[in-house]
Structure formats: C-alpha cells, structure tokens
Ligand binder design. Sequence first.
Ligand code: ATP
Ligand code: MG
Ligand code: FE
Length: 337
Amino acid sequence: MRILALESSCDETAAAVVEDGRKVLSSVVASQVEEHRLYGGVVPEIASRRHCEAVVGVTQKALDDAGLTLQEVDAIAVTYAPGLIGALLVGVNFAKGLALSSGKPLIPVHHLRSHIAANYLTSPELEPPFLCLIVSGGHSHIVQVRDYTDLHVLGRTRDDAAGEAFDKAARAMGMPYPGGVEMDKRAQNGNPEAFRLPHPTVDGAPYDFSFSGLKTAVINLIHNAEQKGQTLPLEDLAASFRKAVVDCLTKNFVKAAQDTGSKKLVIAGGVSANSLLRSRLQEECRNRGWKFYMPELKLCGDNAAMVGAQGYYEYISGNVAGYDLNACAEMAVDQNR
Ligand code: ATP
Ligand code: MG
Ligand code: FE
C-alpha cells in the first residue's frame, strides 16, 4: 500500500510517499527556519502563510520523485494534531481536497506517533511493544508503545519540553534559532563539569520531567555574569547544560524501563538528534543487554515520511477520517479518535 503523506504542524511543509509503512519512495521537506530565525522562534501566522505557498509544490515534488501520480497512490495521510492550529489546518484542508478529488481514503495521524514511526523507517525489524522517549520542541514523554496504535503515557514534562529548554537556554547564550542544534555543536568542545547545574525531579512522579528550573539557572548565570561585566565560557556552559538535560532524560527513561521490565528502548523527536543523548542511551542499553533504536538523523526532525509510516498502521487499525476531519492544537498521544 502506497500512502501520500503530508506534514505541516510547525514550520516544515513536508510531503512523502511511503510503501507499507516501511519504505520511503520519496520525502520532501521545505523548512521555513531561515525566516523564523529573524524573530528567534516560530511566528505562527508566518508559518501558516508559508505552508499555503509551499504545500502544492512540495506535494507535487513528492509524487514526481516517487514516479507516481495522485491516482496511483492508495491513501492520503495527514498530521492533524497536535501543533500550531493555523499551520495544521493548511495540511488538513489540502489533504481533504486531495482525498475528495481522488476518492482515496483520508488517514489522520498524530504528530508524536509519527515521530515514533520514524524508527520503523530506520529499523525495519522494530516492532511494538517497546518503551519510547519522545523528546521534541513541544513535548517530552515516556510512552509505552504496546502496539502501533495502542500507547500509554507513563511520564511527561511538567513545564518546558526538552527541545524548548535547549532553544531558550541557547537563545540566552546568544545562539541562533533553533538553539538545540547549535548548543549540541558548541558543547562538543566544552567541559561538561565546568558548571554545577540543578537536576530537577518531580516529587512522587519518577517518570516526569521538569526543565524550566534548569533553564532559569543558566539564564541567571548569564545575567549575573553580565552585571559583573564578565563573559562566561559558552562552550563549557553549553556542555554543562546539555549534560544536565541528558542526565535527567536518561535517569527517568532507564528507571521506567527497569520498573516495567522493558528491554527494547526507542527515542523519537527532534531532540533525539542530540549526539550526547544518542551515545549515552546506546551505552546504557548496551551495558544492560537491552536493545536500543533511534531514528536516522534526517528523520528526527519534522518530515512527512514518518507520517506515511504511522499512517499505514493507523489505516490497518481502521482509523480513517471523514471529510469533516478537523485539526486540533492539542491531543494526547494515547488518545484514540
Ligand atoms: P513537537 O514535535 O513537540 O510538536 P516540533 O515539531 O517543533 O515540536 P521537532 O521538530 O520534533 O519539534 O524538534 C525540534 C526541536 O529539536 C527543537 O527544539 C530543536 O532545538 C531540537 N533539536 C534538534 N536537534 C537537536 C540537537 N542536536 N540537540 C538538541 N536539540 C535538538
Ligand atoms: Mg521545525
Ligand atoms: Fe515535531
């Protein structure tokens, strides 16, 4: 089964064709990051407008690259939640138009489920059940993936998402948006022990995260230094911050795996591109004899290939939408429509 998939939940307009949930026939991503960088973050209204401009060309290119016409694909999958509402609506309405005009089924896909599904493309042997750490710009979850469409959230962030904390701390350090990427680079040359930063935990909720105190600690360090006319060694601060975030993520994820007896661990979302998180979890899993999976780097951030992958499993489980499908800014990853 070939699925034409669309993604427009944030600032990437993306389309892809994916076969049987596992094979990428084409994947096109038009990023707006250069424009949003001018403002230090995503401006929702600009994002919606750019999606409107890009969606037709990106979709046509995905079909062309796959060597297929719209009539030759079997279904249309689209990200419908969660995300920026104006951005999501562009993809959802365009997908509805395609489905209506071609008579193909319309498959609604949850954005975080698709981040998880990026791993099905990278690792053909990966099948549920497994334990997944979703770390992205807007979310930080520990999720039991019992089956492709049967998920259960064990833990979540109480405040900032990991990616959001990276971006805000990086911005305070004067790095360009999206700061997580830049912080990872600068941290390579820094001393992670240079600054002692807090490792916040949530009382009575060992799988939950809290990153805002850590982010504020870094911002305070920078402000205090500025007031004294000092400049901090940014490489060291970046390395210390990155280590603190990765320490918190690793500790809770490993504990959740031990408590649930999971021996198959998976990471997903934009922050799963972080080089320290990847190497640390690889090592933790190797030491314990657990299996570890991560998406290849180009599938960590937003793309439509992952939507086509999850779309296949949603379709098989009977999740098909009518033409009244609406976009939702918020929706739990373990909620079924
Ligand atoms: P969500 O998926 O929660 O809706 P989103 O789609 O905006 O949010 P993603 O595209 O999944 O988020 O991920 C983007 C985030 O990943 C940004 O916060 C970015 O800084 C972060 N990120 C990307 N690469 C790295 C890296 N190497 N290290 C740390 N963070 C990174
Ligand atoms: Mg983005
Ligand atoms: Fe995302």
